[in-house]
Design a binder for this molecule. Structure first.
Ligand code: SF4
Length: 343
C-alpha cells in the first residue's frame, strides 16, 4: 500500500517563473528550506521525479512541486458546475484511490502552481466581458484541490477578492482540505461559493488517503459559513456498496447537527455517483493493487463521454435507487438545501 505524505521534497522551476515576483520569492524560500531545486524548460515536462516502481514514482510525484507560468489564452469549459475552469494549480498532495484526475494526469500527478496569476485573472476578465450581460461562473478546483498549495501562492485568496470586484463574475471552489484561515477575512462580497467535498466516514477512511476526516471538513465548512461565503457540499463519488444507505444517512445526520449549515437558506448540494474510465481503472489497479473500489465493468453501463472516452456508470436502475434515497435524505435532514445536480 502506498504511504501518503503531504511534504514537498523537491521543487521544479520553469526559468520563466523567476521573472515574476512570486516565482522569485518561492525560489529563495525553497532554497532556504534546503529543498531539492530543479529546472525544466516546460512545466509540462518534468523528468527529475525518481522512483524504482510505478508506485514509488507516484508518491515522489505527489511530493514534487512544479512552479510554472500558464501561457494558454484558452479556458476550458466546466460542465455542470460552472462555465469555465480557472486553473490556479494542478493536482494535490492527497491520494484518493478514485481520484478524478487520474484520467488526465495518470501516474505522475506532480503538483503544479502558477506564478502569473495577474495574467490568468486578466483572461478571466476577458471571458466575463464576452458573456456580458450574463454572469460568468468559474470553477477554481477543476484540475486541483487549491487549498494545500495556497500557503505558497495566496492565489485563491487573490482570485476570491478579484471576483468580489466583478459584478458579473462568480467563483466556485471545492476542497477536501481544511486550512481556510487566510480566506476568512476576505472581501468576497458573496461572489464565491465554497463547497466541501465529503463522503460517508467509512469511504473517506478506506479510499481518501491523506485527506482530513469528515469532522474536520465540517468544522472548516462552518468557518466558511461564518465568514459569509455561500456554502455547498459535493457528495462524491457516491458508492453503491454494502450498507450504503446507513452510511449516507449517518453523513446527512452529521451535517444536520450543525444548524448554521443545515438551516442555511442558500446551501447547495452536488451529487455525483461513482464512475470510472478504462484508463483510470488501469491506473488505479497499478497504483493500488489491493484496491477495494468497485471497478467491475459487468456491473456497470458504458456511457460515451464528451471528450471521446467513455465511462462506466451505475446502471439506470441503481442510479434511480440512489437518487430517490438521496432526495429522501435531503428532504429529511437538509430541507432548505438545493440539489444543483445529480449525475
Ligand atoms: Fe484527487 Fe481531490 Fe483526492 Fe486530491 S483530494 S487526490 S484532487 S480526489
Amino acid at each position: 500500500m502506498i504511504k501518503t505524505s503531504a511534504n514537498i521534497k523537491r521543487v521544479v522551476f520553469e526559468p520563466a517563473a523567476l521573472n515574476y515576483p512570486l516565482g522569485k520569492k518561492l525560489y529563495h524560500a525553497f532554497r532556504q528550506k534546503g529543498l531539492e531545486i530543479h529546472f525544466t524548460p516546460s512545466h509540462n515536462r518534468v523528468i527529475c521525479v525518481p522512483g524504482k516502481s510505478v508506485q514509488e514514482s507516484f508518491v515522489e510525484a505527489k511530493r514534487t512541486l512544479v512552479v510554472g507560468v500558464r501561457r494558454s489564452r484558452h479556458l476550458e469549459t466546466c460542465k455542470p458546475s460552472a462555465h469555465y475552469q480557472l486553473p490556479l494549480a494542478t493536482s494535490c498532495p492527497a491520494m484518493c484511490e478514485y481520484c478524478y484526475l487520474f484520467t488526465h494526469f495518470g501516474r505522475r500527478p506532480y503538483q503544479r502552481i502558477y506564478v502569473n496569476l495577474s495574467e490568468i485573472l486578466e483572461l478571466a476578465a476577458e471571458y466575463i466581458e464576452r458573456r456580458k450581460p450574463e454572469v460568468t461562473v468559474f470553477e477554481a478546483a477543476a484540475t486541483s484541490d487549491p487549498i494545500p498549495v495556497e500557503k505558497y501562492t495566496g492565489n485563491l485568496a487573490r482570485t476570491i477578492e478579484f471576483m468580489g470586484n466583478q459584478p458579473l463574475g462568480r467563483l466556485r471552489v471545492v476542497t477536501k482540505f481544511t486550512d481556510v484561515a487566510n480566506l476568512l477575512g476576505l472581501d468576497h462580497r458573496g461572489h464565491t461559493r465554497f463547497r466541501f467535498s465529503i463522503n460517508a466516514a467509512n469511504i473517506i477512511k478506506r479510499f481518501e488517503h491523506g485527506t482530513p476526516p469528515l469532522a474536520e471538513r465540517l468544522a472548516a465548512a462552518l468557518k466558511i459559513v461564518k465568514a459569509g461565503y455561500l456554502p455547498g457540499f459535493i457528495i462524491a463519488p457516491i458508492f453503491y456498496l454494502d450498507g450504503w444507505q446507513e452510511q449516507y444517512r449517518a453523513l446527512f445526520q452529521e451535517i444536520a447537527r450543525q444548524p448554521l449549515l443545515a438551516e442555511h437558506n442558500d446551501l447547495t448540494l452536488e451529487l455525483i455517483t461513482h464512475r470510472f474510465t478504462k484508463k483510470a481503472k488501469t491506473t488505479i489497479e497499478t497504483l493500488f493493487p489491493k484496491t477495494e473500489l468497485p471497478l467491475d465493468e459487468e456491473n456497470r453501463t458504458f456511457k460515451y463521454g464528451q471528450f471521446g472516452y467513455g465511462k462506466y456508470v451505475y446502471p439506470a436502475k441503481v442510479k434511480t435507487e440512489i437518487e430517490s434515497f438521496f432526495k429522501e435524505m435531503v428532504a429529511a435532514y437538509l430541507p432548505r438545501a438545493a440539489i444543483e445536480y445529480f449525475i
